[in-house]
Design a protein around this ligand. Structure first.
Ligand code: ATP
Ligand code: MG
Ligand code: MG
Ligand code: MG
Length: 567
């Protein structure tokens, strides 16, 4: 590709809403542009990378025996009513009507559509097992789209769905998918871990998430110091041995009763995973009509900007207190503080410190910064049964202790069982000639999220450092003084053709007016692995200058050797 005919939309400024490095670099390198919250256009350079991820995912899915299909993004409500999710799904499901007032939604996932397709196409056990996948746009109306394409509303997912007549067959496909995922993330050059996952609201029995390790990750993962045990903390908690928790602080009075607000209600209002809402409590106050509510939320959920209206129905009005104010007054090690209301303090513990290490409290007068004794006045109830995995806890497999790292969820595999097939009456004739409900598995990869995850793991102060498999171009050809030197121009043109003939994707920085410094900075920012600088002075000695993106020094290489060197 010639830079003169290619949109290289690099920029110096970091957008103010870009909190994580991948978001900043994707904007600065001209990979994506924001259209609206959680909606991004992919520019040519970004799309090239996205397509590379897609190609690897497709190859490995095909190799694993899955068949590619493509289903509509727009889905009729009837299917969701059949599965029961039309009511259950909540506001992440974008619902709409067509001109005949028929209800539809934009697919956040495709269990219903594939189950409908398969129940109409597959009749006999002889056609099973079957595994269908697509690489398709998903829409989820995330309450807080953030981190660019990492948590977008519209994003690209590879989703696969397998169908079986027995559990053994499902397990077999599940294991094949597990291996295929490991192959995919290895090829993508990512530092990843498969971890045991909670089956959560989808139901089903068995699940793994694939996490890319990165400090900016939104999930906590628990690892054993001595074995291969790895689980997301929700899962580690669910099976943590009893009695491994510390007992609650003696100073807390146990006068509160469990909150009347369901965890689902709270998690929907706050848009945090249900598993993160440890407990809702009603803290005893002197006004029985208006009990005080305290929430304990685990995980790094930045709730500060949640509008008071979002919490309407739990309690209102809200006031806000700064983290320092709370920290000073609670004297406790809270990670960050959400909206602290007249009636709802939300204490967020993203460092996963022992719950007993901090006190959550509410006071009718609000977060009173005038001397309330929080420990005395604002007790919480039986914290002993609140499970909260922390570093140093014994590993649930009995081997070693747990350490906790942050991860970005890039893949998720799931044994669904008969949840959808039963609700939607998806049956086949089995060997005995009797009708039998199919057993299902589902397997997702956040194709677009992978791009951001790769950048989180591969960058320096000058920009992106692509793993080879993902680089938008392999080689950048950079001429010095192309507008003046015929020798430089001719050499570059020749190299450009020869490298392409060898199958290399080359970006030829052929713009006449481009300054050398700016070209070098762009090539580093964009993360092209190999760069070759060609100038008169080097050519006089029959040499060019080469540098790998991961290196800091130039190397001098003979003009006659450079092609061999790069291929
Ligand atoms: P998360 O916990 O991050 O919200 P999820 O568990 O809701 O993700 P799944 O339903 O498991 O997501 O979807 C499969 C994959 O799709 C996820 O593992 C993730 O990589 C990707 N994904 C999910 N939501 C988004 C999003 N809003 N933007 C980009 N990728 C996403
Ligand atoms: Mg989600
Ligand atoms: Mg998840
Ligand atoms: Mg998931």
């Amino acid at each position: 590709m010639r830079a003169s005919q290619y949109l290289i939309a690099t920029q110096k400024e970091t957008p103010s809403d870009a909190e994580v490095i991948s978001h900043q670099l994707m904007i600065r390198a001209g990979m994506i542009r924001k259209l609206a919250a959680g909606l991004y256009s992919w520019l040519p350079l970004g799309l090239k990378v996205l397509r590379k991820v897609e190609a690897i995912v497709r190859e490995e899915m095909n190799r694993a025996g899955a068949q590619e299909v493509l289903m509509p993004v727009t889905q009729p409500a009837e299917l969701w009513q059949e599965s029961g999710r039309w009511e259950q799904y909540g506001p992440e499901l974008l619902r709409m009507q067509d001109r005949h007032s028929r209800p539809f939604c934009l697919g956040p996932t495709h269990e219903e559509v594939i189950t409908d397709l398969v129940r109409n196409q597959i009749r006999s056990y002889k056609q099973l097992p079957a595994n269908f996948y697509q690489i398709q746009t998903k829409f989820r109306d995330e309450i807080r789209p953030r981190f660019g394409i990492m948590r977008a509303r519209e994003f690209l997912m590879k989703d696969a769905y397998s169908f079986h007549t027995d559990q053994a067959s499902l397990q077999e496909t599940y294991d094949i998918m597990h291996k295929a995922y490991s192959a995919i993330f290895t090829r993508l050059g990512l530092d990843f871990r498969p971890v045991l996952a909670d089956t959560g609201s989808i139901g089903g029995s068995h699940s793994h998430e694939f996490h890319v390790l990165a400090a900016s990750g939104e999930d906590d993962i628990a690892f054993s110091t001595e074995s291969d045990y790895a689980a997301n903390v929700e899962m580690a908690e669910a099976i943590a041995p009893e009695g491994s928790r510390p007992s609650p602080s003696e100073t807390m009075q146990e006068v509160a009763t469990p909150g009347q607000h369901s965890i689902e209600q709270v998690s929907t209002f706050l848009d945090v995973p249900a598993a993160s809402v440890v407990k809702t409590l009603i803290v005893q106050g002197d006004d029985e009509e208006a009990p005080l509510v305290a929430l304990v939320v685990r995980g790094d959920h930045e709730l500060n900007d949640i509008k008071a209206e979002k919490l309407h129905g739990i309690a209102a009005p809200l006031t806000f207190a700064s983290e320092e104010q709370i920290r000073a007054n609670l004297g406790c090690s809270v990670g960050s503080i959400g909206p602290v209301g007249l009636k709802i303090p939300v204490i967020v513990d993203h460092s996963a410190a022992h719950l007993a290490d901090f006190v959550c409290g509410a006071n009718r007068d609000g977060v009173h910064l005038t001397g309330v004794n929080w420990e005395r006045d604002c007790p919480i109830d039986d914290v002993a049964d609140i499970r909260n995995v922390v570093p140093g806890d014994p590993s649930p497999d009995g081997k070693g202790l747990l350490e906790i790292k942050r991860g970005i969820e890039v893949g998720h595999i799931f044994q669904l069982g008969t949840k959808y097939s039963e609700a939607m009456n998806a049956k086949v004739l089995n060997e005995e000639g009797r009708e039998q409900v199919m057993i299902m598995g589902c397997y997702g990869i956040g194709v677009s999220r992978v791009v951001a995850s790769a950048i989180e793991q591969n960058h320096d102060e000058n920009g992106i450092i692509w793993p080879d498999a993902l680089a938008p171009f392999q080689v950048a050809l950079i001429p010095i003084n192309i507008q003046k030197s015929e020798q430089v121009r001719e050499t570059c043109e020749k190299l450009y053709t020869q490298l392409q003939e060898r199958g290399l994707d080359v970006l030829f920085m052929d713009e006449e007016k481009a300054r050398l410094g700016a070209m070098l900075a762009d090539v580093e920012l964009v993360g092209i692995p190999h760069r070759v600088v060609i100038g008169d002075r080097g050519l006089e000695n029959g040499e060019v200058e080469y540098r790998h993106r991961r290196e800091t020094e130039n190397r001098t290489i003979g003009l006659n050797d450079i092609i061999e060197f790069l291929t």
